[in-house]
Write a new protein. Structure first.
Length: 197
């Protein structure tokens, strides 16, 4: 769904979740609205396949919906971080590494290892600015990281991850991640690591 924005977006003035939903409220379907619908549907399918199979009926449905929200929010969050070369892939690596190193052989670890592999393979060219993730790549790697989180066996980990991703997404409507990173020494150094000067 990120390709919709990469290929069809025409400099829409409305950005962010609030902007796209506001446009929809006025009868205008933006590429962002299409992304919300498409990523939401894909996240629901991924969550139905990946979330731990506990219980049935309403409990299982709630787990699937929570997993879908986590996957969609993580896909969106990675796209929000993709404003500087390498940043979204560094975030993917930092979140995926502990998931891949714990629970060997579990779906969570396997999915996280895949996300780590994507980050490791894509990071050098992204940092050199010979390739660019764009919405297509950032949404895809974010969805993979989100699916790894949704597959985690701990309900507390899944709920915490959802709270963090939704909280950061809502915060992005009011603050600039780039400004915070640039004004925080350790984050600024990590963000610039490997990037062309």
């Amino acid at each position: 769904m990120g390709a919709v924005d990469d290929l069809a977006e025409r400099g829409e003035a409305r950005k962010g979740l609030r902007g796209h939903l506001g446009a929809l409220a006025h009868g205008r379907v933006t590429t962002g609205v299409l992304k919300i619908a498409g990523i939401g549907a894909g996240a629901l399918l991924a969550a139905a396949l990946a979330t731990p199979r506990r219980g049935s009926g309403p409990g299982r449905a709630a787990e699937t919906l929570t997993g879908a929200a986590l996957i969609a929010a993580t896909a969106n969050l990675h796209n929000l971080f993709d404003l500087r070369p390498g940043r979204a892939l560094k975030v993917a690596g930092l979140v995926s590494a502990p998931l891949a190193l714990t629970g060997r052989g579990t779906p969570q670890a396997t999915l996280a290892a895949g996300a780590l592999g994507v980050a490791a393979a894509g990071l050098p060219d992204d940092l050199r600015e010979t390739t660019m993730l764009g919405d297509t790549g950032a949404n895809a790697v974010g969805a993979l990281v989100g699916t790894a989180l949704a597959a985690h066996p701990s309900r507390a980990v899944r709920a915490g991850a959802l709270a963090v991703t939704v909280g950061l997404t809502l915060a992005s409507e009011r603050v600039s991640f780039s400004a915070i990173i640039d004004s925080t020494g350790a984050l600024r150094r990590l963000d610039a690591l490997g990037r062309r000067s």
